[in-house]
Design a protein around this ligand. Sequence first.
Ligand code: HEM
Length: 349
Amino acid sequence: MDKGFLTFHRSAERHAWYLRGMDPVFDPVIKAWIISDPGCCERLLTSPDTRPATYSDDYAALEKRLGIDFSNVLLAFLHIPMCLHEEAHRKARRRVAAHLAARKSDLSDSMSKSLAAHLQPLRQEGELEIISQVLLPLVLGVTEPLTDVPPAVAAQCRTVSTIFDKSIGPRKRQRIDAELGLMRAAIVGKLDPDASEDEVGLRLALAVLGRDTLIGTIGASLYSILSANRGRRLNEIIYPEMPPETGVPYIERIAIHAFSDQRTRFNAGDRLRIYFQAFAYSESALDQSKIFGVGNHLCMGKALSLDLWREMTSALGKIPLYADVVSHEWRTDDYVFLCPSHLNVRLHA
Ligand code: HEM
């Protein structure tokens, strides 16, 4: 906590801190309320008095002010349901639901093929960097039927998930736009020439949403499980049904108008930073499942993410090797996701 709430979600003391059960506090540095009690998080996520942050409006204003083209970022934001409100949100959600249903069997095939190909390095003795050598190719392979972005192209686009980061400068924003442009071109190349902008935007949105959410959640959870099970082989570990860490530590909502929640009064326009980590670290299994959100904005990739977690931990549970953590570091180039930059393990008999 020494460094404040900007990096709180990746501090070593975070687990103990959540157990204190705090009322909302206003952080003057990030200029947002910090909501870290599970009950309060749930009330505010489902409250009619809050709405998602205004990402596309902010980028449209920035584009005007700086005279920089952010058309790829804007296309993505206009299709990411968790950044949209009311009718625009309902429309985007319906579009994602239809796409997920249409790609169901392709997703199941890509999951089996990607697991077979990319978990192989975990079955051999030696040193392995799990994030780049296992999780990145695995996640890009699994989600390809949703995004239509070839994994080789997606792998070059490292910063797209930082699209949600409000504390970055124009150069980094331009880099994100350029990477999204690369993915957009790949998607356009794959679709029929008469495909609509919505079909392209939908895939771009899923390429953003289905990447560091999965790499972060699975990477951080594996780090936590391997560290807690030193001295046990992979096939001796009992893996939890729900990942113990979440790559999505929080989300922000805006107070639509002044309102009170129990002892706290919020003003119109206040930013509320609502921590999903409060659910992850709760002792209640019901709370833990809320790392995928609650209410209108419930994660649409929940079933896919839990399938991948189950398949992956079931495969690990058959490997008779020790996996000692040799080194681990959190990614520090964004303040949005909890994601290891690397997780080196030594696999041995
Ligand atoms: C373990 C991995 C994942 C975690 C922890 C996660 C977490 C979340 C959370 C907490 C929300 C709610 C945000 C809010 O309340 O505003 C959300 C929304 C969403 N997620 Fe995920 N997610 C994961 C993976 C995925 C994947 C793989 C996809 C699809 C490829 C996906 C698609 C979505 C969509 C479309 C929404 C927006 C729902 C809406 O606003 O109506 N997620 N996710």
